[in-house]
Ligand binder design. Sequence first.
Ligand code: FPP
Length: 250
Amino acid sequence: MPNKTDINTNTLPNHVAIIMDGNGRWAKQQSKIRVFGHKVGVTAVRDTVEGAAEIGLKYLTLYAFSSENWNRPKSEINALMELLVNTITKETKTLMNNNIRLVAIGNLDDLPKKCLNNLSLAIEKTSQNNKMTLVLALSYSSRKEIVQAIQQIAEKIKSGDMSMDDINEESVKNHLYTYNIPDPELLIRTSGELRISNFLMWQIAYSELYFTKILWPDFRRENLYEALLDFQSRERRFGKTSEQIEKENA
Ligand code: FPP
């Protein structure tokens, strides 16, 4: 397992996004119900968030609940929402102690009132923290995010606040939930699945992708370090040639 000191803190990604996957399978391996996997998953969340802030990441986004997750059995949805409410409330202290600001992206109006209230309180309470921003993706769908951006832009064109010539990559970005968050340079997915699952599809255009077979409840900061080391070994070309990049870095 890599150590914190193995990582070059001068070339860290600014923003890491994680698709936390494998809670259900982890629980099944332990002959427990799926919800148990989500509960243990909170330990992985805590350790990863603390590790990320400690090493110096500026943004960490966690995919906690997708729009598609509303199709799960009602009992699992209720348990997950309760877990989210309790965790957000209980962990606000951890966020304060670590100087972490909490924000959320997604169709937050879909969330139960209690969940939304507690989330809003934690967001408000941590709003002045500035070591790292923790972004929770809740009831999130990348396609829905892009559709609502198009709707907002169309409305502005209709009302004369924008013209067709104003539609460009910058203005589209400015209408996404992530308008004030830089794109992730690194996307991690746990559990061995090789999919994006409707997550940050606009924002990951140039992200490095890292897949690990570890199931989310087993994920710890050392696994994040492993992903960061892998990221630091890659050459990011953004469509240019290796020779051009070498010249630029010389
Ligand atoms: C994916 O595993 C995980 C989720 C849908 C929920 C993630 C939620 C947590 C870790 C709990 C709390 C989180 C926060 C941020 C407070 P899965 O259920 O899809 O697993 P499977 O693919 O093995 O079935």
